[in-house]
Design a protein around this ligand. Structure first.
Ligand code: IPD
Ligand code: CA
Ligand code: CA
Length: 264
């Protein structure tokens, strides 16, 4: 199953690499900060057809189309056809395609592909995590000798101040930070040891379902900023880290923070 999902995702990556005239195919969803391109929609339709052919009867939970069915029961594909759409539109390259396959609400397979760097992150529950077929592990570095990644929860502006406050506190404990603009890759970069920790106050299941499995399979920890397991049906805060820094975010938030439950 994992190989077949990878095959479909690699083909979708070809569609990203060959995309032309992106500006003319870009539209605003809810604001100038919330963009969708015709490629997001076309890739999701392509992945829907390919993935459901692998597992007829599975639920398909993608970013661009209305959800039909309950992804917390039976098999469900959870798909972000283009993660990092703002980067894609502007020719900034961290962009990925993210596909998770869950069974009864538990992610069993995860695939995240960066078509520009041709980096395919993949893994299955209990089977480890891989980058282009080679096993990956989180780093063993403490944050004081490492870097962190963060996202700005740009679709939920009420989280801007806490985001900047936590960024400042983490900066005081680390060497530096990066904001890639593609959450699934943020998670993969922690999984393969390029960074030590990532947080974002508000993400959707298609942003983190695949990447969070890869982090735990690579020996790291993943959860909400309140310290709960990541949900599969609604928006949530997310933080992931290597083992050494597992306590840092809950500690800085004073007991894990107290965030309201987030709906779509
Ligand atoms: C977004 C990116 C971004 C993150 C946002 C996500 P999209 O996904 O992952 O890094 O900060 O919260 O929504 O909209 O480009 O698929
Ligand atoms: Ca996304
Ligand atoms: Ca997207």
């Amino acid at each position: 199953m994992l190989d077949q999902i990878c095959e479909s995702v690699l083909q979708a990556g070809e569609m990203v690499r060959s995309a032309g005239d992106i500006a003319a195919k870009t539209h605003e969803k809810t604001s100038a900060a919330d963009l969708v391109t015709e490629y997001d929609v076309a890739l999701e339709a392509f992945l829907r057809e390919r993935l459901l052919a692998l597992l007829p009867g599975a639920v398909f939970f993608g970013e661009e189309e209305a959800l039909e069915g309950d992804p917390s029961r039976g098999w469900a594909f959870i798909v972000d056809p283009i993660d990092g759409t703002t980067n894609f539109v502007r020719g900034i390259h961290p962009v990925d395609i993210s596909v998770a396959l869950a069974k009864d609400g538990m992610v069993e397979y995860g695939v995240v592909y960066d078509p520009w760097r041709r980096e395919l992150f993949s893994g299955a529950r209990g089977g480890g995590a891989f980058l282009n077929g080679k096993p990956i592990r989180v780093s063993g570095r403490p944050l004081s000798r490492g870097i962190f990644l963060m996202g700005t929860a740009l679709y939920k502006r009420e989280y801007l101040r806490p985001t900047l406050a936590l960024t400042e506190r983490l900066m005081a404990r680390s060497c530096d930070f990066r904001r890639l603009g593609a959450a699934a890759l943020d998670l993969c970069y922690v999984a393969c040891g390029r960074a030590e920790l990532f947080f974002e106050y508000s993400l959707c299941p298609w942003d983190y379902a695949a990447g969070s499995l890869l982090v735990t399979e690579a020996g790291g920890v993943a959860g909400t900023m309140e310290g709960a397991p990541l949900p599969i049906l609604r928006r949530s805060s997310v933080w992931v880290s290597n083992r050494v820094n597992a306590a840092v975010v809950p500690e800085l938030l004073g007991g894990g923070g107290d965030l309201p439950r987030q709906e779509f």
